[in-house]
Design a protein around this ligand. Structure first.
Ligand SMILES: [Zn+2]
Length: 168
């Protein structure tokens, strides 16, 4: 059948395993699949050091809790500073413990920032803030969007490249 996906199984480095199957798949088929794969799953997770993973997560959590106040203060003040130029309106500003990105902007005008933003250089940090701020007007990466960013961060290209090399 075309477009008919089968059952798939993925094991992640943190020990999670995720099984995906088409919606119409009967549960017993999926259960049987897991049973058949149980040795394979076991082999994959048996060498994972769950204690150190747990410790790592705890450390991250505690540094998040310690940094969130400062991150919020810095982000709010820089947002206000740059928005004197742009004059956009935004909703909620949240400081998150997110792995995937430095910042994001939702369609509802909510801005999210990674708390690790306070560990960036001032220029890099300001670029992230202006980037999300400009998404309030242009929710894309069009030419107009970058023109908007360049109004307050003329060397945004350099900063954008630098950030690609920094871990979150
Ligand atoms: Zn963007």
């Amino acid at each position: 059948m075309k477009g008919c996906k089968s059952v798939r199984l993925a094991v992640y480095a943190d020990g999670r395993f995720v099984i995906s199957a088409p919606k119409w798949y009967p549960m017993y088929v999926i259960n049987r699949f897991i049973e058949e794969k149980s040795q394979w799953i076991f082999d994959k997770v048996k060498d994972i050091d769950f204690d150190s993973l747990h410790q790592k997560r705890e450390n991250e959590e505690s540094s998040y809790r310690k940094s969130i106040g400062l991150a919020r203060a810095v982000v709010n003040s820089r947002l206000e500073f740059f928005n004197r130029h742009y004059g956009f309106s935004y909703n909620r500003v949240a400081i998150k413990n997110q792995k995937t990105c430095w910042g994001s902007c939702s369609q509802k005008g909510n801005l999210n920032f990674n708390y690790n933003i306070i560990n960036l250089s001032e220029q890099q940090r300001d670029y992230v803030i202006v980037h999300e701020l400009c998404h309030l007007k242009e929710l894309n990466h069009s030419h107009n969007f970058w023109k908007l960013v360049a109004k307050t961060i003329p060397d945004y290209k350099k900063l954008k490249n630098e950030l690609k090399k920094v871990n979150h």
